[in-house]
Design a binder for this molecule. Sequence first.
Ligand code: PLP
Ligand code: TYF
Length: 396
Amino acid sequence: MFEHIERVPGDAILGLIEAFKKDTNPQKVDLGVGVYRDTQGNTPVMRAVKEAEARLLKNETTKTYIGSHGAPSYGEVVLPMVFGAESPVLKANRASATQSPGGTGALRLAADFISTQLPGKGIWVSDPTWPNHHGIFTAAGIELHKYPYVDPDNRLDFDGMRTALKSIPEGDVVVLHACCHNPTGFDLSHDQWQEVLEIVRERKLLPLIDFAYQGFGEGLDEDAYGVRLLAENLDEAIITSSCSKNFGIYCERTGCLIMVAKDSEQMDNIRSQVAIVARENYSNPPAHGGAIVSEILHDPELTALWREELTEMRDRINTLRRDFVEALKPYGLDEKYACVAEQRGMFSYTGLTPEQVDRLRDEFGIYMVRSGRANVAGFSHENLPYLAKAIAAVND
Ligand code: PLP
Ligand code: TYF
């Protein structure tokens, strides 16, 4: 039965973890997979999370199923985090939260919902986008298309994006990154979001906004600008939120599918269908991550601590972005890589070519995705001089 099954290559991003581990170069630098790293290069558990877990362990009385939509206490705190506490969307009771196994799980729920409830609709993703978008939507049987996002000079191609969005067939789904675009780090300005809103409304498109990095760009509220603008001004939207990065609970698989409907009655109808999709995939989501988030966000002291830690992570990334460009100044390369200081979030499309990326890996033990995507959190004040020297060498 299994003889004909072929081996396929693994995930290119996750494969970098193994390759990095095997490298014996003492100066090696990991700029691959998108997890946050502190000054020591570690991905520690946040203090607010540790404290929340201690409380949960002490107070836990049952491990029974939590239901297909997850814990209500989780949805109760995620919705105001995403929309803002005073959101008209929440006041009108037209948003529904379904806890999911990570942002990935939320994307899969969205994909299955689209393929079963909106059959025949195509889906449009930015070129480039997170490779898993391709896999998830295609696996759900949805026809995938791309819209341009970056120009050959490694700048946001908003003209190309606008033109493409205007030609999307009415009723199709358009995937937008709320902030901290993966892989490029190029985000939309407020004016550009406004234009996107107008096109989406005019073309009667359904926006699916992937919100995996809330708080990693400019701030929790600032990063939600596009999500809130679209949700408040459109009848319908889908948002996939993740707590993996902003709570540092990657392995706890904590996310949320948020469906925005015209009114509370339609929201309830949709919600009943989402429950079926969840049930058919995994029945109930894992509880622990959602319980952590709920414990933190229901407690003002823990919330303040968590916000402080999140701010520290964000500020560190944004400082490293500027310092990276500074470190390239002595080599006359600061202008060439100035985009790194302007991009936001964990990732930067550096503009390094696949050949340069290969040389950085082979000659210097510096690992990043072949597209030239670097995880900025892998920079440190210790390795920046080495990185700058290596980048200068591959630019010779
Ligand atoms: N969407 C994007 C753009 C991502 O970069 C990630 C990161 O892993 C996800 C979704 C999924 O996040 P999670 O780890 O919560 O599944
Ligand atoms: O893009 C990244 O590095 C993160 C982590 O299949 C990730 O989003 C990468 C690949 C993958 C799952 C998660």
